[in-house]
Design a protein around this ligand. Structure first.
Ligand code: ANZ
Ligand code: ZN
Length: 821
C-alpha cells in the first residue's frame, strides 16, 4: 500500500510553480488603478541574520495563507519579498571574523531565499531587492535631502552611549545594565552633533489619522502609539527669575494649581540649570551633575525612587501672586520634555511632593478634593475639587479654574494655553559603517552642503576603512580618501558626513518600491503606487509598535505632503503574530531551548510545519512548540492524501448524490470561508479536519468514494488545503485525477440553497384553539418548543394571566396550553 511522503514531490512542485509563474501577480504597473480585487499582502521584511528561524516560518505562513486565500478567491495578489540588509549584526560579524559585511549579508540572503522557496511561500520574486543595494539606498539619500529641503531634517547635539575602553559608540542594544556588552566597562554619555528627522511636527496628525486604523489595527498597537505620542494639554507659564532678563517658561497640565507652587525645578542636565546656578552653589551643582549616572529615562521618571537635587541660589517669581520660589536642579525633570522646567506643586503632584518631603519644602493645598492632607499622608491629590488658597480663583472647580488662569495669563502676556507631546524627533545618525551614508558634505566656506541629485548615490567605500575603532573614530572616519571630497557649492576642499542612517529609514518606505524595485526615476514608481498601494494586509511583530510602524506612518505623511503618494496611512490592516516559544519561555541560545526550523522541516516536511503553526492558535497568540504536534499534522495530511487517492481511483457511482452529505460539505466550506475572512486560520483548519472525517466515513460506506457528493467534497477539501499545505494539496489534486495546479481551481463556494436549514411549522393552541404559528427546526426538543410557544405574545394574550394547568407538546408540530379554570 502506498504511503504519504511529505518530501516526495517538493522539487517537482517548485519547478511547476516557477515554470508556470503561478505566484506572479501579473502586470505590476498596470494602467488601471487599485480596486478591492487587487490585494497587496506584505510581511515585515526579513533581516538576513542567518537561515530562517521558527519565527520567520510563523509570520510568512500567516501572510502566505492570506495571499493564497485572496488569490484563490480571484484577487490579483502581490506577495512581495525584499531584505532589510543593512544593520549592526552584519558589521559585528564582519569585525569579529575580519570579513566584508557584504559577503556575510548577501550570503545569508541567498540562504534565506532558498529556504523561503522550500517552505512553499508564494512570493513574486520579481519584487526582490535589498536595502543595502546602492540602487535602493540612493533613494534613502534622495529622501533625506527632500526632508532637509523642507526643514524636516536638522542637526543638533545629542548624547550617545560611549564605551571609554573600546573607544566606540554603542547602540542601545549593546548596553546591558549600563555596561558595554563587549567588555563590561561602564558606559558613559557623550555629546555628538547628529541628524534628526522632525517627527514631532507630525505628532498631531499621527494621532488624528489613527481614526482610519480603528478596528483594522490591533487595539493594543493603537494604544501603544497613542501613549508614545503622549499628547498633554495645559499651559505655558512664564516665571521671572532673579538676575535673568528673559523669563523662564514652564509647561503645566494643571495651571489651576498655580497658587500651590512652592518651588521651581529645572532639568539638572540642561544648559538652563548651568546658567541659573550662582557662584556660591556651583561646586555642589557640578558635583551633582557629574554624578548623574546614565540612568534610563524611565528610571528617572519613576515615582518611587529617592529624590535628589541641588538648590541653585536663585528664586523665580510666581506671575500671579508674586511669591518667591527657590529654584532647584534635579534629574526628575527631563531636559527634553516640555520646556525642561517645572513649577512644583507638591500638594497635587506626587513627584513634586516626594521632592518637597526630601528637601523640607512647604506643601500647600489649593484644590480641595475632600481627601486627607498630602503633607501628612505623603500622597498627592490629583482629582477634581474646589479651589482654595488661590485668590480670585477660590470657589471655582478645577476645569473652570484652568480656563480662568489661561485667560488671565494670556491677557497679561505671561503665558497661554499649550499642547505638548511626549514624541521626540527621530535621531538618525549612527556612527557605523554598514548603512546608508548621509549625503551631506562639510565645507569651511559653505558649511553643510547637500550632495546634488546627480552625484547620488554616495556609495560606501569598499576598502580603505576599518571597522575596529581607532581612538574613537567612526568606521567611515577612517576612510580618509573617501571622506575627502570637493564642495558641490564652491568646489573647494570638503569632508563627507561620516555617519550612516538608522536602518529604520530603509524600512520606513521599502513597501512603496515593491511594484517596481528597479525604478530609476524616483524612489518608487507612481504607476505602481496607483495600482497597488497602500498595503492591504501587513503582518509582523508587535515589537515594532512604536518604532518601525511609527516611522513608516510618519514618512508616508511626509510623502503625501510632498505630493508623492495619494494616501496618508501606509498599512490598511495590521496583523501581529505571536511568538514561537518553548515550554512557556521565549526561545534563546542561552536557555538552550531553540527549535531549529530546518530540522523540523526535515522531520515533518514543510506543509506539516506550516499547518502546525497555523492550527496552534489564532495568529496573534504565542505558540508553545512543546504543546503542538507536527507529527499529528503529518497524520492528518496523510489522511487527506489517502482520501484523495481513494476518491480519485473510484469510478463515478450511478444514482443521486447523497444530499445530506452535500449539506454537511457546504456548511463546512461556508464556516471555513468565514474563518479565513476573520483570519481565524486555526478554525479554518479545524473545519478542514472535520470535512476529512465525514468524507472518510462516506468513502467507507455504500455507495462509497464514487458518490458525487464525496467527489465534490474531496475537491473542495483539497482546494482549501492549498492555502495551508501547498505541496500536499498539489499531490492530492493529481490523485483526484485533476490537472495541476490546484491554485488555478479556486476556492470552493458554498451553495446558499444548501445552507438554509429546514424549518417546520408548529401550531400553538390555548385550550385547543389556534393562537399562533412558529417556524422551528425539525429536531427541536419538547422543552425548548414549549418555552418558545409560551413566549408568544398571542399566547400570553389568550391566557390573560390565567395559570397553565396542563401542556400538551407534540414536537415539532403542536403545542396546546390548557389553562386552569
Ligand atoms: C504643575 C503641576 C501641578 C503639574 C499638578 C502636574 C500636576 P504630562 O501629563 O506627562 O504631560 N512636567 C512638565 N515638564 C516636565 C519635565 N520636563 N520633566 C518632568 N516633569 C515635567 O505631565 C505634565 C506635568 O509634568 C506638568 O504639569 C509638570 O508638572 C510636569 F498638580 O505642572 B505639572
Ligand atoms: Zn564650499
Amino acid at each position: 500500500r502506498e504511503t504519504y511522503d511529505p518530501h516526495a514531490n517538493i522539487d517537482r512542485w517548485l519547478r511547476v510553480w516557477r515554470d508556470e509563474r503561478l505566484f506572479e501577480a501579473g502586470d505590476l504597473t498596470p494602467a488601471s488603478p487599485k480596486d478591492e480585487k487587487r490585494t497587496l499582502v506584505v510581511s515585515m521584511f526579513p533581516y538576513p541574520s542567518g537561515d530562517l528561524h521558527m519565527g520567520h516560518a510563523e509570520v510568512y505562513s500567516i501572510s502566505d495563507t492570506m495571499a493564497r486565500f485572496a488569490r484563490m478567491r480571484g484577487h490579483q495578489v502581490l506577495n512581495p519579498i525584499a531584505w532589510d540588509s543593512f544593520g549592526l549584526p552584519a558589521e559585528n560579524a564582519a569585525r569579529k571574523r575580519d570579513l566584508d559585511p557584504r559577503d556575510w549579508t548577501y550570503g545569508n540572503i541567498d540562504i534565506q531565499a532558498e529556504s523561503f522557496e522550500r517552505l512553499g511561500i508564494s512570493f513574486d520574486w520579481r519584487t526582490r531587492f535589498h536595502t543595502s543595494d546602492p540602487e535602493y539606498y540612493r533613494w534613502n539619500q534622495w529622501l533625506f535631502l527632500k526632508l532637509y529641503e523642507h526643514g524636516l531634517a536638522y542637526r543638533k547635539e545629542a548624547p550617545v552611549n560611549w564605551c571609554p575602553n573600546d573607544e566606540t559608540v554603542l547602540a542601545n542594544e549593546q548596553v546591558v545594565q549600563g555596561k558595554c556588552e563587549r567588555c563590561g566597562t561602564d558606559v558613559v554619555k557623550r555629546n555628538l552633533t547628529q541628524w534628526f528627522f522632525r517627527t514631532t511636527r507630525y505628532a498631531q496628525r499621527l494621532l488624528d489619522d489613527m481614526d482610519q486604523l480603528q478596528g483594522k489595527w490591533p487595539d493594543e498597537i493603537l494604544s501603544m502609539q497613542r501613549n508614545w505620542i503622549g499628547r498633554s494639554t495645559g499651559a505655558h507659564i512664564d516665571f521671572a527669575v532673579e538676575g535673568r532678563d528673559e523669563p523662564v517658561r514652564v509647561f503645566s497640565t494643571r495651571p489651576d494649581t498655580l497658587y500651590g507652587a512652592t518651588f521651581f525645578v529645572v532639568a539638572a542636565d540642561s544648559a538652563l540649570a548651568d546658567e541659573l546656578c550662582d557662584a556660591e552653589h556651583r561646586t555642589r551643582f557640578e558635583e551633582y551633575r557629574a554624578g548623574l549616572a546614565s540612568k534610563a529615562e524611565m528610571d528617572r521618571l519613576a515615582i518611587d525612587r529617592p529624590m535628589t537635587g541641588v538648590f541653585l541660589g536663585r528664586h523665580a517669581l510666581n506671575p500671579v501672586s508674586g511669591e518667591k520660589l527657590p529654584v532647584y536642579a534635579s534629574d526628575y525633570v527631563l531636559a527634553d520634555y516640555g520646556t525642561g522646567a517645572v513649577m512644583a506643586v507638591p500638594a497635587h503632584d506626587q513627584r513634586d511632593l516626594n521632592f518637597a518631603r526630601a528637601f523640607d519644602l512647604p506643601v500647600r493645598v489649593v484644590v480641595d478634593t475632600g481627601e486627607a492632607d498630602p503633607a501628612e499622608t505623603g500622597v498627592a491629590t490629583a482629582g477634581d475639587g474646589v479651589l482654595v488658597n488661590s485668590g480670585s480663583l477660590d470657589g471655582l472647580r478645577k476645569d473652570e479654574a484652568i480656563a480662568r488662569v489661561i485667560a488671565d495669563l494670556e491677557q497679561r502676556e505671561v503665558g497661554q494655553g499649550a499642547v505638548t507631546y511626549r514624541l521626540r524627533d527621530w535621531l538618525l545618525s549612527r556612527q557605523r559603517y554598514w548603512g546608508t551614508p548621509i549625503p551631506i558634505v562639510y565645507c569651511d566656506a559653505c558649511g553643510a552642503v547637500p550632495v546634488p541629485d546627480d552625484r547620488l548615490p554616495v556609495t560606501l567605500p569598499e576598502s580603505g576603512y576599518t571597522l575596529r575603532s581607532e581612538g574613537g573614530k567612526a568606521p567611515l572616519e577612517t576612510a580618509a580618501a573617501w571622506v575627502r571630497t570637493d564642495c558641490p557649492s564652491c568646489g573647494g576642499e570638503a569632508r563627507r558626513d561620516t555617519d550612516t542612517m538608522d536602518t529604520f529609514v530603509d524600512s520606513s518606505w521599502y513597501f512603496l518600491r515593491y511594484p517596481n524595485p528597479h525604478y530609476e526615476d524616483g524612489p518608487f514608481d507612481p504607476a505602481g503606487i496607483a495600482a497597488w498601494l497602500p498595503v492591504d494586509e501587513y503582518v509582523g511583530g508587535k515589537e515594532h509598535a512604536t518604532g518601525h510602524l511609527m516611522y513608516a506612518r510618519f514618512l508616508t505623511k511626509v510623502l503625501h505632503d510632498l505630493g508623492m503618494v495619494p494616501f496618508t496611512e501606509p498599512f490598511t490592516r495590521l496583523t501581529n503574530q505571536g511568538q514561537v516559544i518553548m515550554n512557556g519561555k521565549a526561545m534563546s541560545k542561552s536557555l538552550g531551548n531553540l527549535v531549529n526550523l530546518q530540522e523540523q522541516i526535515a522531520q515533518h516536511g514543510p506543509d506539516a510545519v506550516r499547518v502546525t503553526m497555523l492550527f496552534a492558535s489564532p495568529p496573534e497568540d504565542d505558540i508553545d512548540w512543546a504543546d503542538v504536534s507536527p507529527a499529528g499534522s503529518v497524520k492528518w495530511l496523510a489522511r487527506v492524501w489517502r482520501l484523495a487517492g481513494d476518491v480519485g481511483a473510484a469510478a463515478p457511482a450511478s444514482g443521486d448524490a447523497d444530499q445530506q452529505l452535500r449539506v454537511a460539505v457546504h456548511r463546512l466550506v461556508d464556516e471555513a470561508t468565514q474563518a479565513m475572512e476573520a483570519k481565524r486560520f486555526n478554525v479554518g483548519i479545524a473545519r478542514l479536519m472535520q470535512l476529512t472525517n465525514i468524507l472518510r466515513q462516506a468513502v467507507d460506506r455504500t455507495p462509497g468514494p464514487g458518490d458525487e457528493a464525496v467527489r465534490e467534497g474531496a475537491s473542495a477539501l483539497v482546494r482549501m488545503l492549498a492555502c495551508f499545505a501547498p505541496f500536499t494539496a498539489e499531490d492530492c489534486w493529481v490523485r483526484l485525477g485533476r490537472e495541476p495546479s490546484v491554485l488555478r481551481a479556486g476556492w470552493p463556494e458554498a451553495d446558499p440553497a444548501l445552507l438554509v436549514e429546514d424549518r417546520v411549522t408548529c401550531v400553538v393552541q390555548v385550550a385547543g384553539k389556534f393562537r399562533d404559528r412558529l417556524e422551528v427546526a425539525p429536531d427541536i426538543g419538547e422543552e425548548e418548543l414549549q418555552r418558545l410557544a409560551l413566549g408568544s405574545g398571542k399566547v400570553q394574550a389568550a391566557l390573560g394571566g390565567a395559570e397553565v394547568a396542563r401542556v400538551i407538546v407534540r414536537a415539532p408540530k403542536l403545542v396546546n396550553f390548557v389553562p386552569a379554570r
